[in-house]
Design a protein. Structure first.
Length: 180
């Protein structure tokens, strides 16, 4: 979810594990800037032109197939479910996310909230139409965290512990018993 802390967490996990990071949100924001559009405007265009989402998703899939990468993308948990080793979904109440976005992007809370609502509705429609995905169905995820009550560092620590436990299950190797 936009403003939930996905990018912050992805960066921390990539640094911790020494992995590459690919951000679909950054790609989408960069594309909007290149075209002289707001995120809301590009989202509306993407509703009519599936090639925009497909291009970003194909880049994410391509990077994931190379391995050793953290993918930061709203839809990644669903489209990478057969590729990704661990999928985390971050959420927070709408007002918390709008406040974070306003601070990050240097805009008013009201503008951030309006754009957030438009973007989320656009993504919900696009993901359902293009992929048959209901973004409210979180069964594809290994871990779901409401970030409203936690600092970025606490979200990282929770995620780190869950990843370590998953790696122990996957690998069953002695060095993981001592920590990474």
């Amino acid at each position: 979810m936009p403003g939930s802390g996905k990018s912050t967490l992805a960066k921390k996990i990539a640094e911790w594990l020494g992995l590459r990071m690919v951000s679909a949100g950054s790609l989408f924001r960069s594309l909007a800037t290149q075209k002289g559009l707001t995120l809301s405007e590009l989202s509306r265009i993407a509703e009519e032109d599936p090639s925009i989402d497909k291009m970003i998703d194909e880049m994410s899939l391509s990077e994931a197939s190379k391995g050793c990468v953290v993918i930061d993308a709203h839809i990644a948990g669903w489209i990478l479910k057969n590729v990704a080793h661990f999928r985390i979904y971050l959420t927070a109440p709408e007002d918390v996310r709008a406040k974070r976005i306003a601070e990050r992007d240097g805009k008013s809370y009201e503008d951030a909230l309006r754009e957030l609502r438009m973007r989320e509705e656009s993504e919900r429609r696009r993901f359902k139409t293009y992929y048959g995905i209901d973004i409210r169905d979180l069964r594809s995820f290994d871990l779901v965290i409401n970030t409203a009550s936690f600092s970025a560092e606490e979200v990282f620590e929770i995620s780190k512990k869950a990843i370590e436990l998953k790696l122990k299950t996957l690998c069953r190797t002695p060095h993981l018993e001592r920590g990474l």
